[in-house]
Design a protein around this ligand. Sequence first.
Ligand code: FMN
Length: 341
Amino acid sequence: MSLYALYPSLVKPLIFLLEPEQAHHFTIKLGRILGTKPLLSLFGQKVEPRPVEVMGLKFKNPLGLAAGMDKNGEAIDYLGALGFGHLELGTVTPKPQPGNPQPRMFRIKAARGLINRMGFNNLGVDFLVQNLLKRSYDGIIGVSIGKNEATPLEKALDDYLICLGKVYAHCDYVAVNVSCPNTPGLTALQEAEPMEHLISGIKQEQLKLAASTHRYVPLVVKIAPDLTKPQLQALCEICLKHQIDGITCTNTTVRRDMISGMEHASEWGGLSGQPLKALSTQVLQQVHEMVGDKIPLIGVGGIDGPVAAREKLAAGAQLLQLYSSFVYQGPQVIQQVVENL
Ligand SMILES: Cc1cc2nc3c(=O)[nH]c(=O)nc-3n(C[C@H](O)[C@H](O)[C@H](O)COP(=O)(O)O)c2cc1C
């Protein structure tokens, strides 16, 4: 029996005594300790290989950790040892920023969901790069990049380019986050005109970096589940035109109908976990219809076991990610998903 089979009955009740954000910081701190050499062999988790090749990268399995859990790359070696096929770190911004006032993370226990309005709290891209340089984990790493809250939307491209330039040499793919609902105005970057400007600028820089470093690092765009069909269509056309390497469907939703009446349902922010599952799978399917097999898709939103994972694959995903089910079920969810694909 895996050590982590005890998580739901022993560890989770204790962790859930803490406020959600405290629990998060505790987990990352613990991850930093467990990620050191002698402990890593005890606390790592063996997961059978299910290799896949996507975006020209070789993943040991299709399931990754979604962005937002390890924003600063502080627990890379521990998280990497739990059996994920990739880790998406970040979202990072050029300068450190505190994010929104607390409390800003809520458990919707009755629905196994979370609401967060963290607002890109992070220690800045340079801090993340230092941690990337120190890592011993040799699996696939994506870095999610964003803009500082203080940067006006018209200057957003500058922030993305600063982050792209700094992380390019140290990761395997870069995810462009334009879909976080908690940074004022950010999701407006998904509208056709700002999106065209942003994506063409980032793509040009990627090609320059690829030429100067002789290494092509794929670009992924992460989208919201709250776009209309025409908005999705326009966005997909821009991704196709600029030969974006992957699209992640989806970030958290601002909708609340799926948890109406439940505790914390009226908190503002992005909803994730089980209540997001059907919506994000629907968006994934729509994007798949729009881009066909021309752009690989990463399915994320409510993956809590093999059934949900298979639904995402059937809807067109080649890679998968999770966050909320890790909070509710612990590391064993990785093994359960991957080994039952
Ligand atoms: C507390 C929290 C923080 C998050 N921060 C980020 C982030 O910084 N960047 C990002 O792209 N997504 C972020 N997300 C969204 C997740 O990466 C993911 O898209 C979403 O939670 C849906 O997956 P899930 O249902 O498996 O949690 C965050 C989610 C949570 C719960």
